[in-house]
Write a protein that binds this ligand. Structure first.
Ligand code: ATP
Ligand code: MG
Length: 392
């Protein structure tokens, strides 16, 4: 019995003239993601993408698992391919669905007839097929309002398809369709979630991470690289920039008032990020900040940080509680890696009493007491790029 995967487009189905571009982007993202699983043909028609394996014994459950994480998809399912002939549809339905139908208690049949030349109308298909299934599976009864199993028959261009599962897709827009942005990625819980949220809106992610050896260890960097790799399941390939930040942090410590250490550090992080963003074609920065979470995330502190930014800074977690952020990080499987013990450059030279409501003029004055420009230029120059592709 031939089986395929049907993918229903999400929000992009609404995009009118851009629809074709969105579709092409999604198809490309899907093809890339399943390439290592064998040969497949991907075709699209009527806001649906058909993934047809070209080889027997293709691992379709792995296809569903991977494609289920790709943004731009409303729903997906495995389906059995039938002739456009009611007898064939009936026979294959009984066979293909026997596993779930023999253990369920209630069901209904729905039919979608995209090909209006098919001789039976949708209600006829439902009634007739429903009758056969009731006869074959005496354990079943029909429940049109709240069925355990919904058997769907789709009559389309070349074939009919039968399926009984409808898996919710990841939603959002295809990655790449909204342009590219630079994610400030730490080893913590928040920033990977922030990256995932922006990727969901179609943003192609590049990542930047600041390291301060010997204050931060190589292990801490490896942990962030591992997070990057995990994000590729959702975001596709990620360019990962690693910035040597030790000299800058030491210069802050040696030349600036302690109460402003963190805020000046954050301004310098933003400065470096936007220079690398410009080189890499990124149109915005992304951080995992949330109002009030720590001293550097009060509104006054964020205003002081933003004052150096010449491109938009997206903070998708800004109004979220930590518990909500943790829930997402568990869902996208970054939580365990994020909670491994590590040092972040943010925790090096943390002031004992950071200014909770810094005033921009004071911060600027403190920062201007030292010329950071040569160190910034050097850090940008010595930044290393690594490309991460799918982990499997
Ligand atoms: P996270 O859980 O993402 O580490 P956090 O609550 O610990 O966030 P901070 O440490 O103040 O908050 O960092 C705020 C944001 O700054 C992070 O979400 C991240 O976007 C960025 N950031 C912090 N440290 C680094 C780093 N070493 N490299 C890159 N970005 C960083
Ligand atoms: Mg952190």
């Amino acid at each position: 019995m031939k089986e395929i995967v049907l993918v229903k487009y999400g929000e992009m189905a609404l995009k009118g003239l851009n629809k074709k571009t969105f579709e092409d982007m999604l198809t490309k993202n899907i093809k890339r993601r399943i390439k290592s699983l064998g040969r497949f043909i991907c075709t699209s028609a009527q806001s649906t993408l058909y993934i047809t394996p070209e080889e027997d014994n293709a691992d379709l459950s792995e296809v569903v698992d991977r494609v289920g994480k790709i943004f731009g998809i409303a729903a997906l399912c495995r389906a059995c391919v039938c002739e456009k002939d009611f007898d064939d549809i009936t026979e294959k339905s009984v066979d293909y669905l026997s596993g779930i139908l023999s253990t369920a208690s209630s069901f209904k049949v729905t039919a979608k007839r995209a090909d209006k030349s098919f001789p039976m109308k949708s209600p006829d298909i439902c009634r007739e097929l429903g009758g056969v299934l009731l006869e074959r599976f005496p354990n079943l009864h029909v429940d049109v309002n709240n069925p355990e199993i919904t058997v769907t028959v789709e009559i389309r261009d070349t074939n009919a398809y039968v399926h009984a599962e409808n898996i919710k897709g990841a939603g959002g827009l295809p990655v790449g369709s909204s342009g590219k942005a630079m994610l400030l990625l730490s080893g913590g819980i928040d920033s990977p979630v922030a990256g995932w949220m922006m990727a969901k809106r179609g943003v192609h992610i590049a990542a930047i991470h600041y390291v301060s050896p010997p204050y931060t260890s190589e292990r801490a960097q490896l942990k962030v690289e591992q997070l990057c790799e995990k994000l590729t399941d959702y975001c596709g390939g990620i360019g990962f920039y690693c910035v040597p930040f030790t000299e800058i942090q030491e210069a802050i410590k040696d030349n600036c008032p302690e109460e402003f250490f963190t805020i000046i550090m954050r301004r310098l992080m933003m400065e470096i990020a936007q220079r690398i963003a410009a080189k890499d074609g990124c149109l915005a920065l992304i951080t995992g900040e949330s109002v009030g979470q720590v001293a550097s995330q009060t509104m006054s502190a964020i205003a002081c940080t933003d004052a150096v930014c010449r491109i938009p800074v997206f903070r998708p977690l800004i109004g979220m509680d930590k518990t909500e952020i943790i829930e997402i990080s568990r869902k996208i499987d970054t939580f365990e890696t994020s909670t491994l013990p590590y040092e972040d450059c943010c925790t090096v030279f943390t002031p004992r009493h950071p200014k909770v409501r810094p005033v921009l003029a004071d911060v600027e004055k403190a920062q201007n007491s030292f010329d950071f420009e040569p160190l910034i230029a050097e850090a940008v120059e010595k930044t290393e790029l690594k490309i991460f592709n799918f982990s499997r």
